[in-house]
Design a protein around this ligand. Sequence first.
Ligand code: PXL
Length: 274
Amino acid sequence: MRIPRAACINDLSGFGRCSLTTAISILSASGVQACPVPTAILSKHTGFDSYYFKDLTESLDPYMKDWNSLEFDGIYSGFLGSAMQIEAVEKFIESHKAKKNPPCVIIDPVMGDEGRLYATYTPQMQNEMKRLAAHADILTPNITEACFLTDTLYRGEEIYPQAATELIKKLGEKTQAKIVLTGIVKNDKILNMTYSEGDIQLSEVERESRVFAGTGDIFSSVVCAFILKGKPLHKAVDIAGKFISTALERTTISNTPLAEGVIFEPLLYKLGNI
Ligand code: PXL
């Protein structure tokens, strides 16, 4: 069996279940080879009160240049720590898109949540991310990120149906990508909306009102894995929603702090059976 190969560009946060730890675990469990490009190392993600942060921007160009001769089925990018990093990723994508068998580019425009940009996010990075998003084949913003990418006023997560449809279409005008708008709240449900060639589809899961760190990383990692395994986008989104939903049930029972993220380890085996 051929194992699809993905370059995963993201930070490595040692504690808190997000970014590369999540991507490597989920892709591997799903049967996809995860090749990490660490953009920074952090002792914990930035949602904790204290963390050590070491930026790896300088190593990105030589690191990725050494990969010029490699072929990837997918390039998956997540949290990026500076405008220069976004530029380096753009260059990497452009060089691999020029190949005979170009990879599928999955960009999770990790910028913020609940109406706010992450502390590390500058207005310059916001502009660079708009440019990077235009290179995506699949883009997976949450509502906050979709608002920042389209200069739309954030009005909360309960924006279904009209505002969510308008938002996803507005973003669709700025990129050729298929878009998954995540985390739309509708009563006790969460909707993930998929926009592909003018067509909108919805995927619905039970809502957990508490917001756990790294949920978006789990979502886009599962979507990335199953796209590379040949599933249609809507199906990959369904798998991701159900996986998170089951993991959240497990996490709620354990009553662990929100910053420690979603307990997905006991459920990874399920991804190998799909
Ligand atoms: O889960 C997104 C994310 C990734 N990486 C780092 C973060 C966050 C969210 O806070 O701090 C370092």
